[in-house]
Design a protein around this ligand. Sequence first.
Ligand code: HEM
Length: 211
Amino acid sequence: MGKKSGGPHPVSANNPCPFLRALVATGELADDREPLAKVAAVVAATARAGDGRPVLPRMAVYAIGSVANGLGPLSLADTQWHGLQLNALRGGPLDKKGVGSGLLDARGAIDAKEVSRLRGFAKEKTNDDGSSELGLGLPELRAYMDANFARAAGRRRSIDRALMIGEWPVLLNVMGKEGPGGRYLGLQDVIDLFKNRKFPERMNKRLRARS
Ligand code: HEM
C-alpha cells in the first residue's frame, strides 16, 4: 500500500465515488491518473481490511474502471493504456447525474439535508459487542436505493438502478459490521466516509498493521 504523509490529500470534485475519494484522501491513490491494475489492487486490499476480510475480485474492479472514463473506442483505449482518470469520473458512463443518494454535491461537499434523509432510512442495529447504533442492512439499503431511483423519475436511465447494486451493497460488504441481526453499515461510518473521506478506524488499524 502507498505511503501517507502530512494531512489528507485534496480530492477533485469530479471524483464522485465516496470510496475512491477516501483512497485519494489517504494517499493510497493519486487524484488524477492511476493504472487500472493499481486501482484494482488497492481497492481489493482495502476491502480485505473490512470485518470478515471481504473479497472484492480484482477483475471486477478492473472491468468497472475500464469503462468509467468513457465507452467510446478512444476513451476505452486511453484508459487501458494510460490508466483511470479519477478526477474525470463526473460526466462519465457511471455518473448517474443526480440519480444516486445526492449525499455529495457537484463540488464534492456533503449535503446536510441528504444526510438527514439517509438517517430516516437507518434502523437501530445491535453490534456484536451488544451495544446499539443506527445502521443500514440490506433491506434498508434496498429501500434507500429504490427511493433514490423513484425520486429521479423522468431523468433516470434504466441502468442507473443496476449501477447502484455495485455501490451500496458493495459498501455493505466492505465496511459493514456483523451484528446478531446480520451485516449492516453503521450510519456514522457512512457519514465519515462521504463527509470526511475516512475509513472506519478498525479498518485503518488493519491497513496500518499490514504496511
Ligand atoms: C474502479 C472502481 C470504481 C469506480 C470507477 C467507481 C465510480 C463511481 C462513480 C462514477 C460514482 C458516482 C455515481 C453517481 O452518479 O451516483 C460512484 C458512486 C459510488 N460508489 Fe464507486 N466506483 C468504484 C468503486 C467503488 C467501490 C469498491 C465501492 C464500495 C466499496 C464504491 C461505492 C460507491 C458508492 C456507495 C457510491 C455512491 C452512490 C450514491 O451516492 O448513491 N465504489 N462510484
